[in-house]
Design a protein around this ligand. Structure first.
Ligand SMILES: [Zn+2]
Length: 169
């Protein structure tokens, strides 16, 4: 797996080379990011498709760990079974979501609420010529999403700098 840390450090952490230490100091990878990257690396033997994954970073929203990977990598991790996700959640003792890096709030949201689907998106223009995106999801699927609507909104903002409003339909 590719990650901000070199392979040697991923395997031998907390022993760490100067180069990687600098990345930690500069915040390119956080402590929780190191943990997630190490757990994923350890799963490579069991799930070889993880070897081709590029790990970007982690965003934590109220204890839910959002793992950001490169485009196309969600299926390399989740594949046809949810076993990797279950293993990750067990090892990290937290709920985990895998999300592909994107500047598009809808792409990110799709990964965040998977397998729940977006019902629709409305764009409302405001008097100052800015707009607000309102995303609807089904009230009946509420329990299948580990994040509240407000948490989803802040996760999207954290990752894209765009504000959306989530509502139940
Ligand atoms: Zn290193």
């Amino acid at each position: 797996m590719k990650s901000p840390l070199c392979e040697i450090c991923l395997k031998n952490y907390p022993l760490i080379c100067g180069n990687c230490q600098e990345k930690i100091n500069e915040g390119e990878i956080t402590e929780i990011g190191v943990r997630v990257a190490r757990v994923l690396t350890n799963l490579e033997d069991l799930f070889p498709s993880i070897k081709n994954v590029t790990f970007k970073r982690v965003v934590e929203i109220d204890g839910v760990i959002i793992v950001i990977v490169a485009k196309g990598d969600v299926r390399r991790i989740l594949g046809s079974s949810r076993r990797v996700l279950r293993q990750l959640e067990e090892e990290l003792k937290a709920q985990v979501r895998i999300v592909e890096e994107s500047r598009n709030p809808q792409d990110i949201l799709r990964d965040l609420i998977r397998p729940v689907r977006i019902l629709g998106v409305n764009t409302i223009w405001l008097p100052d010529n800015s707009f607000e995106r309102i995303v609807r999801i089904s009230e009946r699927e509420r329990d299948r999403i580990p994040l509240s609507l407000a948490q989803l909104e802040s996760a999207i903002y954290e990752m894209t700098n765009e504000r959306i409003r989530m509502v139940f339909d």
